[in-house]
Design a binder for this molecule. Structure first.
Ligand code: NDP
Length: 270
């Protein structure tokens, strides 16, 4: 017999989670603060207390600040899929331990439309209980420290945001001369794919802390970033992203990494 599961939060993601659980044959109860329609074949309850009667409570609310006052000591197993910092996750794990609540902390590396497919990676840490997570996608366990899932989440998103920011900067820069995103994007995708292929080598350099290079040195990249920031200013677009990266690389140069590879910038960051 499949366990009963409650979902707290019927936002974009919570609704997708509830649907995936129904799809997997779970007996699903849902709770939401405001009056949103319950997904088909779920039972809507008016109070969180009723939702806590399920074997597993899945939470997917906007933030921990919103979530914290809603949690109750009579939850049996809490699968927390609300995004937060590692410290917030650890604090919730301590609260769970103090109250005899089993605790799994997960993060969803996917958009709602991907939930229930193998493309949806669900990173999780804390207790190793993933039968419910399997309904959402591909669970990946990261160990007992409940904060690890949140740390991986932010590390990965921290790659995504600068990449998207850089793409939008490129689109804005070319847009000043009438080039459209539609014209430019295929070129951006091809270039990015080539750049992504360089990551394993960069990772090796960081791992070994060896930054000798015959590829591209920090000096030449500082000069290039200066040109990008100047060009952005001259073309009349925002310069914040270019200036921030210029500043970061320049500090690596000042630290004596001018002749070293781009990987050496990590010495400034850490
Ligand atoms: P939505 O904004 O669509 O939904 C937010 C949910 O939080 C709603 O159920 C909302 O209830 C509830 N909520 C907000 N404030 C309160 C409050 N004060 N008291 C009670 N409930 C409240 O967000 P998403 O579903 O997109 O995101 C939910 C979580 O999932 C976030 O932590 C997000 O980072 C994470 N996530 C989302 C992804 C996505 O692509 N959408 C991807 C990966 C993770 P109400 O309907 O009453 O406003």
């Amino acid at each position: 017999i499949k366990k009963t599961v409650s979902v707290l939060g019927l936002g974009r993601m919570g609704t997708a989670l509830a649907n995936a659980l129904v799809e997997e044959g779970y007996d699903v109860t849902v709770w939401n603060r405001s009056d949103r329609p319950a997904p088909p074949n779920t039972k809507r309850v008016a109070t969180t207390e009723e939702a806590f009667e399920a074997d597993v409570v899945v939470t997917c609310l906007s933030t921990y600040d919103v979530q914290e006052p809603l949690l109750g000591k009579n939850i049996k197993t809490l699968v927390n899929l609300t995004s937060g910092t590692p410290e917030q996750a650890r604090a919730t794990a301590r609260w769970a331990q103090a109250n005899g609540v089993d605790y799994v902390d997960g993060v969803i590396m996917a958009v709602p439309q991907q939930i229930g497919t193998p493309q949806a990676q669900i990173l999780y840490s804390g207790q190793q209980e993933h039968h419910v997570l399997q309904a959402f996608g591909e669970p990946v366990y990261l160990g007992e420290d409940a904060g690890m899932a949140a740390l991986y989440d932010l590390a990965l998103l921290g790659i995504m945001w600068p990449v998207f920011g850089g793409y939008l900067q490129a689109v804005a820069l070319l847009g000043t001369e009438g080039v459209t995103p539609r014209q430019f994007t295929p070129m951006a995708v091809g270039f990015l794919n080539a750049m992504v292929a360089l990551l394993p080598e960069m990772g090796e350099e960081v791992q070994r802390r060896e930054y000798e290079t015959d590829v591209s040195a920090v000096d030449i990249n500082v000069a290039g970033l200066r040109m990008l920031a100047d060009a952005a200013a001259q073309q009349g677009i925002d310069t914040a992203l270019a200036e921030t990266l210029h500043d970061l690389f320049r500090r690596a140069q000042e630290k004596g990494h001018g002749a070293h590879s781009i990987a050496s910038v990590v010495e400034v960051i850490r």
